[in-house]
Write a protein that binds this ligand. Structure first.
Ligand code: NAP
Length: 477
């Protein structure tokens, strides 16, 4: 029987309940794996999951986003390895949704499809000079030091740079500040891409400015990440006393946020830094609050950033917003990273909310924007569902909610009357399209090669950083 043979179709009838529910998930990051786990571990019905990723490697942001000096966080992949061993699970790496497989093709092969493609692109500041050489989204830097194949051609040269500005007050901003200042000997044993270790070894960076548009009480970063900056070898975290003098709105904000102790803890840590003043180390991370960049300065490359002092005001919903005062300052710097949040990417044939950077959905069911009703059999989970928020574990509850909706719809027979019942038809289709897809066994070969290379170099892992290298490793006999 072949993929073209209509006898392969499974028809919706009373026997459907006894057939495996065939699910495709696109995006093999934490959300994709958590959703696969939820689907495969439930006992209500038999489910098979094909987990696709556009890269020849699984684990999404755990491999390409989590900072290399946070190796402990990466151990979550052991849990994902167990998911991959569950009956009914298959991995298809190096398969790009939209080009290698269209939505129609996917819906012809699976009862349900779930998108867990994350939020891969950095938001823009929308100010003059943003595209000057030397001005980058933090996402590009993070992907580069993590050896992501997308950024293999990026060249970050810190050997002539003394000052860098980082825009944003979230954990990504702190990750970037930390990686730029941490002693290289502490980074080299990690899985950081070897070329990034070498570039950072030549770094002449002395000062990092972290620019928050609102006050210290509203900062989005979390306390352990802030505390880490106070403990870096050879680095002073410098806080200006004036920045910690809270206005009435911030005092009220802090008083009301007792249920969310992060803000209070952050304030305690920041206050503790005041007594240390400028410190005595060669490298400084300077936190500046209530400032917004209004233009990136320079003619042929970044030479500085013009910032405006802000004050806080309440908007009509009671949220605290930054408002410019008309008072400006210029900070000389040779590089600027914007760490102001991520956006999802539009997928061919799938609705997308450009402003929010997410796939519009109700509890994980993708919504057709024209009719405002759920699109049958199409679901979403993770950052592309709710926006970039929370830690890795947050995606577990999020995936659970979407899977609950999927199973409820399956219970109500809201499935297709016709999908290919032979699980091999998808491999046949990919092979016919000459897609060099990578199985989980293929990835395990790559994994072993990277670990062995790392061992030789005294690193946790020496990553392969191009698609071709990764495919060759996965295909090695
Ligand atoms: P985030 O936590 O949402 O922070 C974004 C920051 O950018 C906020 O301070 C925001 O300020 C600021 N911002 C947004 N637009 C701006 C603009 N136009 N001008 C100036 N500032 C602007 O996002 P993230 O840092 O990208 O992190 C994404 C998620 O990943 C978060 O949940 C984070 O905790 C998580 N993460 C965790 C870790 C970790 O656990 N170690 C590491 C990295 C990331 P406002 O508050 O004023 O909007």
């Amino acid at each position: 029987m072949t993929a073209a043979d209509p006898a392969c179709f499974m028809r919706r009838d009373s026997s459907l309940a006894s057939q495996p529910l065939r699910v495709a998930i696109f995006g093999a990051g934490p959300s994709g794996f958590y959703a696969a786990e939820e689907l495969l571990k439930q006992s209500e019905r038999v489910v098979t999951v094909d987990l696709f990723d556009r890269l020849p490697t699984p684990y999404g942001l755990v491999r390409g986003g989590v900072a290399p000096d946070h190796q402990k966080i990466k151990t979550v992949t052991r849990q994902f390895e167990k998911v991959a061993q569950r009956p009914g699970f298959r991995f298809f790496g190096n398969v790009c949704f939209g080009t290698d497989l269209t939505l129609d093709e996917v819906l012809a092969h699976y009862h349900q499809v779930l998108f867990a493609t994350g939020a891969e692109s950095g938001r823009r500041m929308g100010i003059p000079g943003e595209d000057l050489p030397g001005s980058y989204p933090a996402t590009a830097f993070v992907a580069w030091y993590n050896g992501h194949p997308d950024s293999r051609r990026s060249q970050f040269n810190f050997s002539t740079v003394e000052r860098i500005a980082i825009v944003g007050n979230g954990n990504v901003a702190l990750d970037v500040a930390r990686i730029l200042t941490r002693a290289v000997d502490e980074l080299s044993p990690s899985d950081m891409a070897s070329y990034a270790v070498e570039a950072l070894r030549k770094s002449t960076v002395k000062e990092i400015y972290v620019l928050g548009r609102r006050g210290p009480a509203q900062a989005a970063f979390t306390s352990p990440e802030l505390r880490e900056l106070t403990e870096l070898t050879g680095v002073d975290l410098v806080v200006r006393p004036g920045d910690l003098a809270l206005d009435a709105l911030s005092q009220e904000f802090l008083a009301q946020s007792t249920a969310e102790p992060t803000h209070q803890r952050n304030m305690e840590i920041l206050t503790g830094q005041i007594a240390k003043g400028e410190g005595s180390h060669a490298r400084k991370i300077r936190l500046h609050f209530l400032v917004s960049p209004v233009s990136v300065l320079g003619t042929s490359r970044v030479e500085g950033v013009r910032i405006e002092k802000n004050f806080l005001r309440k908007d009509e919903r009671g949220n605290l917003k930054a408002q410019g005062t008309g008072v400006y300052e210029e900070l000389p710097c040779q590089m600027i990273f914007r760490a102001i949040g991520y956006k999802g990417r539009r997928l061919a044939g799938v609705p997308f909310d450009e402003r929010a950077g997410i796939i519009p959905n109700r509890a994980g069911r993708v919504i057709d924007p024209t009719s405002a009703t759920p699109m049958p059999r199409i679901y979403v989970a993770g950052w592309v569902k709710r926006g970039p928020s929370g830690v890795i574990g947050t995606n577990k509850a999020d995936a659970h909610a979407t899977v609950t909706a999927m199973l409820a719809d399956a219970r109500q027979h809201l499935l297709s009357s016709e999908v290919w019942s032979d699980p091999e038809t998808i491999s046949t289709l990919l092979t016919r399209k000459r897609v060099r897809y990578v199985t989980f066994t293929g990835w395990q070969r790559t994994d072993q090669i990277e670990l062995a290379r790392g061992k030789k170099l005294g690193k946790a892992r020496d990553k392969l950083t191009t698609i071709e290298e990764l495919l060759e490793a996965a295909e090695a006999a």
